[in-house]
Design a protein around this ligand. Structure first.
Ligand code: MN
Length: 229
């Protein structure tokens, strides 16, 4: 072993509720338009077009209590409250009936989005990376181990900005369920321990300004709060 020419980057990770040890993160995948009302508010027909995925870099992670510096080159930073699932056992071609056994934990998250850059990318047929994968764009609260909480299939998902309710939905409104999401994604890539999957957002997405605090609550999971500065 001859080492590295520069020190290797820090291992991205998220905290685990009730545990000093953290969950090391390998990759971050996100599902687009997985709640019908949100698909409609973005101008699409939600009638079960196959799920589609995009990625964020793992060093875009932002954990509970952190501050998000308002990202450059946007005037329209949006929040999207989402349940995040963490993969504990990898696989390819995972059957929906087996998928939940691959989940290690669940968390409340926010898929932060430069909505203006995303709209431009859509119009020009360009990638979404700079609209979705900027520094701090992947907020993720403490993971709740499945061994303790299971994988919620229903229950309220809510987002508040400075105490004002902005998004309110139910996990049962997902077009593609968590097992179906895992099954689809595992046909596209080999899932492995450490992978996170953002499972989509209910309707009510909107802009957030500097100085505002975002709080996401999902029934049965640890809450997530981040402040935009
Ligand atoms: Mn999203």
């Amino acid at each position: 072993m001859s080492g590295y020419v520069l020190p290797p980057p820090a291992q991205p990770s998220v905290p685990v509720a009730g545990n000093q040890a953290r969950f090391a993160v390998r990759r971050i995948f996100c599902v687009g338009r997985n709640y019908a009302e949100h698909a409609r508010e973005m101008g699409h027909d939600p009638d079960r077009e196959p799920p589609f995925f995009f990625s964020k870099p793992t060093d875009a992670l932002l954990t509970d209590g952190a501050e998000l510096a308002y990202p450059p080159l946007t005037a329209d930073l949006h929040f999207e409250a989402e349940m995040v699932i963490a993969i504990g056992q990898g696989g390819t071609g995972i059957a929906p009936g087996e998928a939940l056994s691959h989940v290690w934990g669940c968390a409340a998250g926010v898929d932060f989005t430069r909505r203006d850059l995303q709209a431009e990318a859509k119009r020009l047929g360009r990638p979404w990376d700079m609209a979705k994968g900027f520094d701090g764009s992947a907020a993720c609260g403490a993971l709740n181990p499945v061994a303790q909480t299971g994988v919620p299939t229903r229950g309220a998902i809510r987002l508040e900005v400075d105490g004002d309710l902005r998004q309110q939905g139910d996990l049962a409104q997902m077009i593609w369920s968590v097992p179906e999401v895992i099954a689809h994604l595992s046909r596209l890539v080999a899932l492995a321990p450490g992978d996170l999957i953002y499972t989509g957002t209910p309707s009510g997405v909107g802009a957030v300004a500097r100085g505002e605090t975002i709080r996401v609550e999902i029934e049965g999971l640890s809450a997530l709060a981040v402040r935009v500065t």
